[in-house]
Each structure stands twice: as C-alpha cells, then as structure tokens.
Design a protein around this ligand. Sequence first.
Ligand code: ZN
Ligand code: ZN
Length: 370
Amino acid sequence: MAKDFYQILGVEKNATADQIKTAYRTLAKKYHPDLNKGDKQAAEKFKEASQAYEVLSDPQKKQMYDSGAYNADGSGGGFGNFDFSGFSGGGGFDDILNFFFGGGRGETQRQSRGEDIQVNINITFEQAASGVKKELHFAKNKSCASCGGTGAKDGTKLEKCPKCKGSGKTQYVNESFFRRTVNVRPCDECGGTGSKILERCTECKGRGFNRENITFTADIPAGIDDGTILKYSREGNAAKKSGGINGDLLIGINVQPHKLLKRKNLDLFIELPITLTQAAMGAKVEIPTAYGKITYDIPEGTQSGQMFYIRGKGIKAANGRSGDLYITAKIDTPKGLNGMQKKLLFELEKSLSDKQQPKVKSYKDIIKDL
Ligand SMILES: [Zn+2]
Ligand SMILES: [Zn+2]
C-alpha cells in the first residue's frame, strides 16, 4: 500500500521546495488536531501530510522516495525494512551501501571533483534574442602541465599508498545485533588517490594544479531568457587530487529589460498607446520586436484594451521554435482641451448615432431598466 506523498500534499511531482512547504502548511492548518478535537479522520490526514512533508522536504529522503527506494509505510527512520528491489541508484550492492551509509562512492566523487565556477553576465534584450558570443575573464585552477596533475616532481615515481595499498579506499565493518554494515570511505592518508608523492612538483608545489587567469568565450544561444544558467561541463576548476574530474562552469545570464517589450517564455507583449483618431479611423503604427521594427495596421474602430497578436513575431529560440507578439491597444485620451477643441469634439459626438457607439447605447438601456 504505497502512499503517494505528492498526491497527499496535492502538489505536482516537480513541485519546488516552496510549493511543497506551502501545501503542507495549508493542510497542517486545516487538519491540526488542536483545531479538530476528537476528529479521527482529521488526525489521520494530519499524520499523513506530516509524514509526506517529512520526506519531501528533506532533499536526501525525497531523492530516495523519487527513486522508489523509500518505504512509504515506514516511519522514515530505520533502513531495516527497505525494499532494495526498487532502488535505481545504478548497480550493485556496493552502491546501495554507499548510498545509505554515506560511504565510498559519493565521497570519493566529492573529493576528486573540482569546484564549479559561477560567473554572472549582463546582456541586452536584443543580444538575448539573437544570441551573442561573450568573452569572459576569470581565474581557475588548471591541472598542472608540468606534473600532469599528480603533484609529483617530473620523473619522480609515485609510490602506492601504504595505508590503502593503492585502492584509495578503506573499509570499516560495523556489526550490531541487527545487521552488519560495511562503511567504505576514501583513504585519509592519500585522500582517495591511492598513491603517495615522494618528491613534490616545483611548479605546483605538489598541489597538482595552478591558479591561472583564463579567457573563455561563451556562445550564448539565441532566445536565452533572463535568469538562465548556462552550464559548461568540466570547464570549472581542476580537481584537487590527480585523476579527478573538473568542476563545471556555470554562467548566470542577466538580461536587461526592454523599454517597451515584456517577455514571457518566447512570447512578447507590448502596450501600444494610440490616439483617439487612430483608434477610430485605423492607422499604420511602428512596433518594436526583438529583431527590429515592424509596421502594423491598427484596424478602424479599435477599442481600448483590444488585443492583437502577430504569430511568429516573438522570440526565436535556437531550437527553431518561436513565440508570438501580443499588442494591447491603449487609447491615450487627450487632456487639457481648450474651448475650441472641446467644441469640435462635442460637435462630433452629437453627430454620432447609437449604432456607432453600441456599447454606450446598450449600457444606457440597461441602466434605464434597473
Ligand atoms: Zn591511501
Ligand atoms: Zn605540478
């Protein structure tokens, strides 16, 4: 009887941490035992929601739950009655041990992976729409060319680590009344590399990497949106131990807002101010897009707030998809008319038939009947 924690909280599978929190808070308020004295059903619902939240609010438990490894009927505490069959962490029993007991694999990976580099850049609205190449300058740890990242002086051999005998791992066996657990950790003597340096590289002083200022050209794809993070895998810092992998380069994209256009995904929106005359008689108007200006025919009799849309004139993404352009007409009613102007407008209004202003006419009719 597997319970669906997402269903219990009433959120989507891809809900954010905030959405999960809000959903739980709402339910907790509704079913809290203090507010529902003696109501067994409410108490059950409160318990269920709390259990679901306990799991989904904890990234590690959530990951286990999402992978199908979490025992939904358990309290979330012990691992004793775990169902390993649903575990999809990638393989053998070793993986399962590492996964649950925080052992070898995970930690080795953390230790031998370089740090990510995060750089933020500002680009214009048009650059985001069309794509742009940007040169970035930053410092990063690069694997030492002189020693190949080993940290050992050129020509000097590395010796097998005496503690782990070159495996890079040490195991601790833990036996209790209930179970026997094997705890695999990176060797603390060699930091998981399995080797020992006899003489240090003079270039990097045995660190295996050097700090260098580099220039990186980021090819920002067309259609990128504000707040996107571009990830260049393995372009970050070199690992601190040889044989490791580089971290990633993360480029945060800040897009300057456009003066007139608002963007939502690939669609663009604009409020177009038009004159009374343009609204009444129609007009050709210039409208900006992310790729230059276009001319648009506002039809005769355009109403205030009326929306038009032009297919395909939104943002064009690198994958070939494109959004639409939505135009909302806003009549800019003239202010501060002088006597002469008022007279002209009044003459015009007098000449208008009910048919020419049907909304005003029907409003008047309804008001009369009320
Ligand atoms: Zn070792
Ligand atoms: Zn070196």
